[in-house]
Design a protein around this ligand. Sequence first.
Ligand code: FAD
Length: 443
Amino acid sequence: MVYSHGMPSDYEDWREAGNPGWGWAEVAQSYSRFERRVLEDGSSSGDGPLWVCNRDADYHPVKRHFLEAASELGLRRATDVNGADPEGVGGYNVTTRRGWRCSASVAFLRPALRRANLVVRSEAVVKRVIFQDRRAVGVEYERNSSAGQAAARAEVILAAGAIGSPALLQRSGVGPGTLLSSLGVDVVYANDAVGGGLQDHLGVNYYYRAAKPTLNNVLGNWPGRISVALRFLMSRSGPLSIGVNQFGGMVRSTPELPRPDMQLYFNPISYSAELVERRELFKPDPYPGFILGFNSTRPSSTGRVDIASSSASVAPVIRPNYLSSEKDVADVIAGARLIGRLQETSAMRSLIAVAPPFDPSQATEDDILGDFRRRAASVYHPCGTCRMAPETDTGVVDPSLKVYGVDALRVVDASVFPNITSANTNAPSLMVAEKGADIISSA
Ligand SMILES: Cc1cc2nc3c(=O)[nH]c(=O)nc-3n(C[C@H](O)[C@H](O)[C@H](O)COP(=O)(O)OP(=O)(O)OC[C@H]3O[C@@H](n4cnc5c(N)ncnc54)[C@H](O)[C@@H]3O)c2cc1C
């Protein structure tokens, strides 16, 4: 539910990479068309379907320690984390409406279900795009073990995400020629860039025992859980109406940097992960605790997504190539050092009862890297695998999101990002959808 545009300069980079119309001034207009910004006092601006709420007042009181620690280090305080100058620490905006998650489905899809010209086929897996010559004329899908087809009078639009869209293009014959031929896929248009350019945020958390009560004190025991459940049922408020990622922001690890290089998280909860079948289940620790975490805002490592078979039932191979650039390795050290400095502030020292098992304030660079390589995890922000770029520059789609080399086919999702944005990627994905819809309807 964390909602962040990222930095305006992220989009200036999109534009400067040869994508006219995608600079900050233009994308800010798209954002404002679908957002309804709800402030702490309940007042709102904008009348878009997506509720973006400032819930700072509901965030846990231990936030005071984080904000004071950031101020001790001279980090900026963000006045509006989604404004024109979002740098600094603050409470994360969340996409909630009257206490419930306001997802893309709730905000955009459900209201559109009333339209006579919309049919939704759920539980359907698209196997490939159907081409006549090089024109996309429909898709083949499988649903409840039976095959189906959907024909397109005008265009086919893929929105299968940064893993699904390149895989679908490759299965349909648009992708690296040698790979496709080796898997028996007829090549419609050979383009090595399809599936390349994968970027993601790789982050790590440090778990502290707290000297003061945190969310663990309510979510870690049954009486507390029952009280927050009742509160949610009665008034749609309290911890169950917000997220655990409460405070943080985009900051500079050293003031000399031209722009924020780190995204911070301060969560007033700590938990251990338990593997239940293939899914991790998080259980709040039975003592007060909190998390400090970071990830590099703009990692430069790129990876690939490639199909391993022509069959839609075989998962593609994801090679993120994390930490494959010197910059990204240096960012890990800078991020851990920043957490170490935060930890050493007097505001944070008065909150910490026990330092984390791996203490970044005391560790050597080698140890920091070793720990990061062992424990770091995806922040789930894959993007860039059908990169929007001039064709001559490893592009998959042009600035109107049309796939190069074929007709009547577009991609509209996080896979088209020319570069990863500095924070969470849901907001930019929704912006791409809004702007993509504009481009398509005015074509
Ligand atoms: C656990 C988790 C937590 C996250 N939390 C946040 C957060 O707090 N804030 C934030 O900003 N971002 C968050 N993100 C990232 C955010 O969800 C993504 O950036 C965003 O959803 C990307 O949108 P998309 O449309 O590109 O892809 P998706 O939302 O992934 O949509 C693609 C859809 O296509 C479907 N699909 C794929 N292949 C096929 C096929 N062959 N046939 C039919 N359907 C197909 C998929 O099932 C999926 O529904 C989180 C991600 C995860 C996984």
